[in-house]
Design a protein around this ligand. Structure first.
Ligand code: NAD
Length: 332
């Protein structure tokens, strides 16, 4: 039997990797519709690899469009929800779009999912909902304590999703992943911002003293985790996804300078981001023991391949430069 899956935000960074992974399984049992508003972060070109696949279709639209969402959910079995405003710095400059898409948009999807008896609703969330942790790692049972407007909007969406599970029995499964890297990430996030600037011999901005620590996971490992949860996760449960490589922003900057053949004199220390979380770290033992998840991409190899992709794919990122360099720049 074919499962009809609606993937929101599939033209973005992680969504486009997830859709490729879904269709690459090649068991002929999935049909995938991407619903994407093609904001500044979403691009049709990201889906070029699957465009000719008869199991794939694309709908240009907004998750907040209740009529469109209702019509789409009437003919789908499952939802994997990635569409979001995702850049923390933009949320600090103004959070209205984050509330509209991440909170109200998710609510619109959830209500339609309940109405149409959707089998599985995967809410793709983030480790940032837990706040900041100096030592140790968060299990899924830790309280939500978000600091940025972005993280607060994702935490709100998580709570709405869990409420639809508890109230209406909707099979909601939440994933909370650490920092992703890989090809096709918009060049406002740390790794693509730095490498595209360093290739041009331009300076890169390092927040504060650069001691903020993140766990870097290859995007295909995140996609793998989402798929394991869609297939085998339990209703009403949260699954952390992590197991990448913990690095301070200063350490990561050193690696990126080396990979791009650049020196520290291109690094400009800029005033720290407001409310900058010091460290994120998820405990991902649950998805490992319940669903057999384990990250596959070695960080050194994955980073080298990512830098190489940006080196080869100027056609992908050069058209984005005016927007990213004139607008808000920064790091997740
Ligand atoms: P992205 O910014 O690259 O892509 C977001 C996509 O959503 C874009 O294609 C955009 O056009 C689409 N979109 C935005 N608003 C929409 C709307 N109203 N209706 C329909 N589509 C809309 O983001 P990403 O980095 O790929 O993140 C995807 C998801 O994963 C997000 O929910 C994010 O919170 C989560 N996440 C990201 C990371 C990370 O490191 N990037 C880590 C953990 C979780």
């Amino acid at each position: 039997m074919t499962t009809r899956i609606l993937v929101t935000g599939g033209a973005g960074f992680i969504g486009s990797h997830y859709v490729r992974a879904l269709l690459a399984q090649d068991d002929g049992r999935v049909e995938v519709t991407v619903l994407d508003a093609l904001t500044y972060a979403g691009r049709r070109v990201n889906l070029d690899a699957v465009r000719g696949d008869p199991r794939f279709s694309f709908v240009h639209g907004d998750i907040g469009d209740a009529i469109l969402v209702d019509r789409l959910l009437a003919r789908h079995d499952q939802v994997v929800h990635l569409a979001a405003e995702t850049h923390v710095d933009r949320s600090i400059a103004g959070a209205a779009d984050f509330v509209t898409t991440n909170v109200t948009g998710t609510h619109t999807l959830l209500e339609a999912a309940v109405r149409h008896g959707i089998d599985v609703f995967v809410q793709v969330s983030t480790d940032e909902v837990y706040g900041s942790i100096e030592a140790g790692s968060w299990p899924e049972t830790d309280p939500l304590d978000p600091n940025s407007p972005y993280a607060a909007s994702k935490a709100s969406a998580d709570l709405l999703a869990l409420a639809q599970h508890r109230t209406h029995g909707l099979d909601v499964r939440i994933t909370r992943c650490s920092n992703n890297y890989g090809p096709r990430q918009f060049p406002e996030k740390l790794i693509p911002l730095f490498v595209t600037r360093l290739f041009e011999g331009r300076p890169v901005p390092l927040y504060g003293d650069g001691r903020n620590v993140r766990d870097w996971l290859h995007v295909t490992d995140h996609a793998q985790g989402i798929e394991l949860v869609r297939r085998g996760g339990r209703a009403g449960e949260v699954y952390n996804i992590g197991g990448g490589t913990e690095l301070s922003n200063r350490e990561l900057t050193g690696l990126l300078l080396e990979a791009c053949g650049a020196d520290w004199d291109l690094v400009q220390e800029v005033p720290d981001r407001k409310g900058h979380d010091l460290r994120y770290s998820v405990d991902w033992g649950k998805i490992r023991s319940e669903l057999g998840y384990t990250p596959r991409v070695d960080f050194t190899a994955g980073l080298a391949a990512t830098v190489d992709w940006y080196r080869r794919r100027r056609d992908w990122w050069e058209p984005l430069l005016p927007a990213s360099s004139a607008g808000v720049v920064g790091q997740r």
